[in-house]
Design a protein around this ligand. Structure first.
Ligand SMILES: Cc1cc2nc3c(=O)[nH]c(=O)nc-3n(C[C@H](O)[C@H](O)[C@H](O)COP(=O)(O)O)c2cc1C
Length: 201
């Protein structure tokens, strides 16, 4: 079922294009996005894209509304220390959470339930409430530590969705590769999309 609200967290791993495209697709599908980023996430998005996220959560919300040409009412932005924000509580409204991209540091924190910032706490809430939690881990190669953390979370029902695009459908641009991965995330969220050709159709 299509979610009404999702929590989208961006950590300091490479792959900001995935985050922004996923954000855009959720807004286009009228899904309310509760966005949280870490300080490294802000640095990486500034290095990898033209979006320079600065200032308070309210300013970032306005930046996103402008960037996506969207109604600010469908966007919430919380700072990583905003413990009173809705994603910190199991009684909150988010149907699902995506950490995209997910650094190995955040992966480890989520795997041990450290809840030391709002991203890790929101993920902990999603796990305890048995809600959809999708992690998009980015690193290569993976160490045994990374793999053990992913296996532990997968066994708890967390979707481990590495940004590994297929090339079999024909690729003509980087945007095609990004869309392949974002389509898989949207599928997991139950959000209809035609971003990437479907096998057999
Ligand atoms: C440009 C840049 C790219 C990075 N890429 C990755 C990456 O792909 N995967 C990763 O695990 N860490 C990566 N890092 C390191 C993380 O940002 C760092 O471990 C940070 O502490 C993660 O914190 P966070 O999970 O709270 O965002 C990168 C850092 C920079 C500056």
């Amino acid at each position: 079922m299509k979610p009404h609200t999702i929590t989208l967290a961006m950590t300091g791993a490479s792959g900001a294009d995935y985050t922004l495209r996923l954000f855009e697709c959720c807004l286009q599908s009228n899904v309310h996005v509760q966005f949280i980023t870490s300080q490294p996430g802000q640095i990486v998005v500034g290095m990898e894209t033209e979006l320079k996220l600065t200032g308070s959560p309210q300013k970032m919300r306005a930046q996103f509304a402008d960037y996506f040409d969207a109604d600010p009412e469908v966007i919430s932005v919380y700072s990583k220390d905003q413990w009173t924000a809705p994603p910190a509580s199991g009684s909150s409204v988010a149907d699902a959470m995506v950490v995209c991209p997910c650094s190995m540091g955040s992966l480890a924190s989520i795997a041990v339930g450290s809840s030391d910032n709002l991203i890790h706490r929101a993920a902990d809430v999603a796990i305890k409430e048995r809600r959809t939690l999708i992690l998009v881990p980015r690193e290569t190669p993976f160490s045994a530590i990374h793999l053990e953390n992913m296996l532990k979370l997968a066994r708890l029902g967390v979707v481990i969705l590495p940004p590994s695009p297929g090339f079999y459908q024909g690729v003509s641009s980087v945007a095609d590769l990004v869309d392949f991965v974002v389509a898989r995330i949207l599928d997991q969220l139950g959000i209809d999309n035609e971003l990437s050709p479907r096998w057999g159709q």
